[in-house]
Design a binder for this molecule. Structure first.
Ligand code: PLP
Length: 409
């Protein structure tokens, strides 16, 4: 069986983890700091804070923003559930909007969804392909949108407009306007979960890029404190001796990353440019294999000044039903290839249906979903495996569509 998304674990990763185990310090300390610096250098944003997941990082940033009951945060309907759950955990209400053909948030639908209760927007770089940041940023800064803005916390007043919080869970290594993700957002959060391009098993990295008069350095320190129960001295500095006094200055969370986890990501970041290059080669080989097949819609790689981090390869099959897509996946699985579907739109999931969201309001999300199949993409894949995966798609499609043609008559 060709696995869908195994983590990248080579000797360097193992050595770095063992080194941490032998160092006598396993939780937040020098390795987390080193990983933050690696990521900061890589994306070109100086203040990066590591936490134990994307989800907890997003909850913290929204709590810091001061969401109150009834406050609205605009998100795409086509995303992983965490995007919406973080908003709810922080006390807000997710307002879902439909997506475009590239699976990313439609900026005009964002504009139309803005109300005096809107406090943030969370666009998603689906599959690692950057969303329309310039358009989204321009809407957040549009004088008509700012007229509607009704800040209810000091931070919101200081910002003076809707916060642009990027769900960059997929897009570490993507480029937008020739820069790393996070430059056209106030805050961007990357996920370092086990299936993501770079992983610490579980983890997240928050790139802090707030406009003036915010100081991103101060903000890094404040948010870091908030990840550690707002305790003025972390365990590492207390361990240094004679440094036992501390205070608790607010209601924090306990969502810091451990050095043991950071060690994995640190070793991966050192070779990430090469890993990313191989991902791009895998992506390009798929594009080439499917070049002449008119029923496959391939995802974007570079287009409109954007460059994907090639996190997923979400292909779509023209004109099929959801049942046919499911049957094709069963055939592919029988041929020894693991594929996936990203994502089931949020309004189709029980919890969100119960809150009143209805998939009928998101026709593009639905159409993208029923025709989508995500293929394996990771640096360890060989060319033979890529070719095997490609031909399994083609033969499975043939088999299913022929069978349906016979049934239908
Ligand atoms: C993986 C993912 C998340 C959640 O990341 P965690 O680190 O597991 O919390 C959020 N958004 C999207 C789009 C994701 O794919």
């Amino acid at each position: 069986m060709i696995p869908f998304s195994p983590p990248y674990i080579d000797k360097e990763v193992i050595d770095e983890v063992v080194d941490t185990l032998q160092s006598g310090w396993i939780t937040t300390g020098p390795k987390v700091k080193a990983l933050e610096e690696e990521i900061a250098d890589f994306i070109g944003i100086p203040n990066v804070l590591c936490v134990n997941s994307w989800t907890s990082g997003a909850i913290m940033v929204l709590k810091w923003l001061g969401l109150q009951e009834g406050d609205e945060v605009i998100i795409p309907a086509y995303t992983y559930s965490a995007t919406a759950l973080a908003v709810i955990h922080a006390g807000g209400k997710p307002i879902m909007v439909d997506v475009d053909d590239d699976f990313n948030m439609n900026p005009e639908m964002f504009r139309n969804a803005v109300t005096p209760k809107t406090k943030a927007v969370i666009p998603v770089d689906f599959a690692g392909y950057p969303c329309k940041y310039q358009e989204i940023y321009d809407i957040a800064n549009d004088s008509k949108v700012i007229q509607l803005y009704n800040p209810t916390s000091d931070i919101q007043k200081k910002l003076g407009r809707i916060l642009v919080l990027s769900d960059a869970a997929h897009s570490l290594g993507a480029r937008y306007q020739n820069k790393g993700i996070g430059h056209k957002a106030d805050v961007a959060i990357f996920s370092l979960h086990a299936v993501k391009n770079v992983t610490t098993a579980e983890g997240g990295a928050i790139a802090i890029n707030m406009p003036l008069p915010f100081s991103n350095e101060d903000l890094y320190a404040d948010l870091r404190l908030m990840t550690l129960n707002c305790q003025t001295k972390d365990a590492y500095s207390k361990s240094q001796g004679g440094n036992w006094k501390y205070d608790i200055t607010g209601l924090g969370m306990k969502i810091n990353m451990a050095d043991l986890n950071a060690a994995m990501g640190l070793a991966q970041m050192r070779v990430y440019p090469e890993l990313l290059q191989r991902r791009k080669e895998v992506f390009e080989r798929y594009l080439k294999n499917f070049e002449k097949i008119d029923w496959i819609i391939c995802p974007n790689m570079h287009f409109e000044g954007k460059e994907s981090s090639c996190h997923l390869f979400p292909l779509r099959i023209k004109g099929i039903t959801g049942n046919q897509r499911d049957a094709i996946i069963r055939e592919i699985t029988n041929l020894g290839v693991s594929v996936n579907v990203h994502f089931i739109p949020l309004p189709m999931l029980t919890f969100f249906k119960g809150l009143g969201y209805d998939i009928a309001d998101y026709p593009k999300a639905y159409e993208n979903f029923i025709t989508e199949i995500s293929l394996p993409i990771y640096p360890q894949l060989t060319d033979e495996e890529i070719n095997k995966i490609s031909s399994s798609i083609i033969s499975s499609y043939g088999k299913v569509v022929e069978t349906y043609a016979k049934i239908v008559g």
